[in-house]
Design a protein around this ligand. Structure first.
Ligand SMILES: Cc1cc2nc3c(=O)[nH]c(=O)nc-3n(C[C@H](O)[C@H](O)[C@H](O)COP(=O)(O)OP(=O)(O)OC[C@H]3O[C@@H](n4cnc5c(N)ncnc54)[C@H](O)[C@@H]3O)c2cc1C
Length: 445
């Protein structure tokens, strides 16, 4: 009898985990994998994400590195620009093939591309194939072999029986029993809420980092090049743009460093996308340096709701990753936040360790595998969640004078190459944790 696995969430680590289980099961008889996604189709949205430290060997072992390199965004590095748009400090990427990644990784990729790579791999499709798997029986189902995706579905309820089976009630009224339920449903995971017994316990896992961000895209202009541009402003505000992907629009990121208690702009209370757009546009309306007017105007008048995404930056610190046969994976259990740059890598490490332990312990050893996963992934989580002291507060300035000090420090760092030293302090470099080997996964060595 195959192990019936339900994965909730077809983001980055859900499909990556399914791919790893598929590789461990060449006869397609050990696992029966269902992945449900709340969105009506694969959510190929999101801006640039990257692979770092452990994420690189994991993707290499999965045999997907060439595919990812083909789709990588060739960003040159990070440039800080002044109010006239002149770059005054630049930090190039490390493409030497040695040492840790710099601010810009060698493996920058659009989130949608990475999601698509794992989605295809999990269905056993070739990377650039147009084939979308077996003819869907309904428009929202795609399957191939032992992997089946169901879109436009979520879970309403989960109940466990004697730690041996999980009954799941779906949003479309169906119910089904699984041997294992994996919550890979991101930072605001509903699986976490159900697993921990309520919203309060789940919310308590979220540690805000006093930073609010909005991401959106605008049409490219001739000024957009392969550098990520950063412009810092008084009032603890900054705008970043990324445009190295010449086939895509320019990405704009607005960031405001404030706590929920001090939140003068109402960022923490804006709920609908329209409210969030308006709040961010207002928050930057008094700034006119560089291209800020253009970005505010685009946000107010041109950005489509589906191209806009605002979030409070924080970390998910959930000590309990497993309850019975329900387990949390990726951002759902241990989002380290985008300021660490480790979200994607950590979610892949989790997928690798969970798949490895399941393959190692076999059908009858699921509880032992889950225990080994929770234990095995913890050092990687602790390392990725360690923040450089003072971040993100130190990257933002309240007054004009503060902006002057900040930009002078950034200029000095670029001239004296101090940033290389700072990166040596980053968790990515300090721990040197190696991923365990799992021959049972049948990956390349
Ligand atoms: C739309 C989107 C855009 C993003 N853009 C960026 C970005 O620009 N930069 C960045 O650094 N990070 C971004 N992220 C986060 C980044 O993908 C993750 O931090 C990281 O890759 C770890 O991935 P994950 O698989 O754990 O979570 P995610 O990639 O967040 O995937 C979670 C998936 O679960 C689905 N889901 C959520 N709730 C349910 C539910 N109740 N039932 C079924 N499915 C559910 C979501 O739709 C999503 O597809 C984005 C995430 C999303 C969902």
């Amino acid at each position: 009898m195959p192990l019936k696995v339900l994965i909730i969430g077809a983001g980055v680590c859900g499909p990556a985990f399914a791919t790893l289980l598929r590789r461990a099961d060449p006869s397609l008889s050990a696992y029966e994998i269902t992945i449900i996604e709340r969105a009506p189709k694969l959510r190929e949205t999101g801006l640039q994400i990257d692979l770092r430290s452990q994420g690189i060997p994991i993707v290499r072992k999965m045999g997907l590195m060439d595919t990812i390199r083909r789709r990588a965004v060739p960003e040159s590095g990070v440039a800080f620009v002044d109010a006239a748009g002149r770059p005054f400090a630049t930090f190039g990427k490390n493409d030497s093939g040695h040492g840790a990644q710099a601010m810009t990784s060698e493996y920058e990729i659009m989130r949608g591309d990475l999601v698509d790579v794992f989605y295809r791999a999990s269905l056993g499709l070739s990377a650039d194939d147009d084939d979308e798997g077996e003819e869907p029986s309904t428009p929202n189902v795609v399957s191939n072999g032992n992997v089946r995706y169901e879109f436009g579905v979520t879970v309403n309820d989960i109940s466990q029986h004697d730690d041996a089976a999980v009954d799941v009630a779906f949003s479309d009224g169906r119910t089904a029993r699984y041997d294992l339920v994996v919550g890979a449903d991101g930072q605001s995971s509903r699986t976490r809420r159900m697993m921990l017994g309520g919203k309060e316990a789940s919310d308590a896992c979220f540690k805000p980092l006093d930073l609010f961000t909005a991401f959106y895209q605008i049409p490219r202009t001739p000024a957009d090049d392969s550098w990520m541009n950063c412009h810092v402003m008084r009032g603890r505000r900054a705008i970043f743009t990324r445009s190295a992907n010449v086939k895509a629009p320019t990405q704009v990121y607005m960031a405001i460093q404030t706590s929920r208690a001090e939140d003068a702009f109402g960022l923490s209370t804006a709920r609908s996308v329209a409210e969030q757009k308006e709040t961010f546009a207002q928050a930057f309306a008094d700034q006119h340096g560089w291209r800020v007017d253009e970005f505010v105007d685009a946000l107010k008048n041109k950005t489509r709701e589906e191209d806009f995404y605002a979030t409070e930056i924080g970390q998910v610190r959930c000590r309990k990753l497993v309850v019975g046969r329900v387990v949390l994976l990726g951002d759902a259990g241990y989002c380290p936040s985008p300021i660490t740059g480790m979200g994607t890598t950590l979610s892949l490490t989790g997928a690798y360790v969970l798949a490895g332990e399941l393959a190692r312990h076999g059908r009858d050893g699921v509880p032992e595998a889950l225990e080994a996963y929770a234990r095995g992934v913890r050092p990687f989580v602790d390392e990725a969640q360690r923040l450089i002291p003072g971040l993100p507060r130190l990257l933002y300035a309240e007054s004009r004078w503060g902006v002057w000090i900040l930009t002078t420090v950034v200029w000095l760092m670029s001239k004296l190459r101090i940033v290389d030293l700072v990166f040596k302090l980053a968790p990515e470099n300090s721990g040197g944790l190696q991923i365990p080997e799992y021959p049972e996964l049948n990956l390349s060595s």
